[in-house]
Design a protein around this ligand. Structure first.
Ligand SMILES: Nc1ncnc2c1ncn2[C@@H]1O[C@H](COP(=O)(O)OP(=O)(O)OP(=O)(O)O)[C@@H](O)[C@H]1O
Ligand SMILES: [Mg+2]
Length: 278
């Protein structure tokens, strides 16, 4: 039996994969999600979601997708890693993503085909095309410039392409170097880590989502406080630490994770913290 089965759970509660089912709507995540939905439905153009490493950007992207279930009018495309060697490669990739199969010889060919496609799907078919880009910190200045051009395609009322970029904070420096780019961002949002109360809620939520019975508790309040102190409310760190705590619960055959157990894990964990050479 798996370690979580021993604890009476149907699924792994603290997996580090970006599964929307385990996405806890903290105030910051909920706000990002709601505002993104509004920006997309109003076809406002470019949205930018920034956050430190492990704050939940990829999970947010997948949850957004899951929130537009059977709405035929919306077509979502996701770029998981926008490291392209040239503008042409990038535009060609977008053409293929949009289902355009012709043989394109130049960036101009690609742009024209994309514009035609966006006009057809947005105006003739009254649909909304959404391009989501994860790992947006990998977008080069050239790619950003190309996105800016695509965002210029518009009718009198709306933008023909909706772009949502999810990126670590370092993208901000690059964007500031492109004239007028920041002005074009319709929605800018920075995801904050969780408060202590939200950390407790996230842990509870993930345990319940994994099948823990309603009134059961696997962490004492002091243990949860220690988790928040160490992780500073960063969701990936919370998941990793809680996973280790549950494993040690099973290994030592204990009923509940308490503060000393978490402290011991933190001591082990601290030995692995990266320290650049002086
Ligand atoms: N709101 C949340 N509720 C529950 N778990 C979350 C939440 N946000 C993130 N997580 C968890 O944290 C981990 C990291 O999330 P995710 O991969 O989405 O972060 P990220 O911001 O994309 O990280 P990176 O900057 O490395 O790309 C995942 O295990 C995810 O399930
Ligand atoms: Mg990510």
């Amino acid at each position: 039996m798996s370690y979580y089965g021993v604890l009476g759970l149907a699924k792994e509660p603290f997996s580090t994969s970006p599964d929307p089912e385990f996405f806890f709507r903290s105030s910051s995540h909920l706000q990002a999600l709601t505002r993104l939905e509004i920006a997309i439905r109003l076809r406002r153009g470019l949205s930018l979601i920034l956050g430190d490493v492990g704050t939940g950007k990829t999970t947010l992207a997948r949850t957004l997708l899951a929130n537009f279930p059977q709405e035929d009018r919306f077509t979502f495309h996701m770029v998981l890693d926008p490291s392209f060697e040239s503008e042409f490669q990038f535009l060609l990739y977008l053409c293929r993503l949009f289902g355009l199969q012709a043989s394109f010889k130049s960036t101009l060919d690609c742009r024209e085909a994309i514009e035609h496609h966006l006009f057809h799907s947005g105006v003739v078919e009254a649909g909304t095309t959404v391009l989501m880009i994860d790992e947006g910190q990998k977008l080069s200045l050239d790619m950003l410039e190309n996105l800016r051009v695509l965002l210029n395609y518009e009718t009198n009322e709306f933008k023909l392409l909706q772009v949502v970029i999810f990126a670590q904070m370092e993208l901000l420096g690059r964007i500031r170097r492109i004239k007028n780019f920041v002005d074009r961002v319709a929605l800018k949002y920075i995801i904050n880590p969780l408060s202590e109360e939200e950390t407790a809620q996230m842990i509870r939520f993930r345990l319940r989502s994994a099948g823990l019975a309603g009134d059961a508790a696997l962490f004492t309040p002091e243990a949860v406080r220690a988790v928040h102190r160490f992780t500073q409310g960063y969701p990936r760190q919370i998941s990793l630490l809680c996973h280790n705590a549950l494993e040690s619960l099973v290994i030592h055959d204990r009923p509940v994770v308490d503060e000393p157990m978490v402290e011991e894990l933190i001591r082990d964990e601290s030995r692995w913290v990266y320290e650049p050479a002086a």
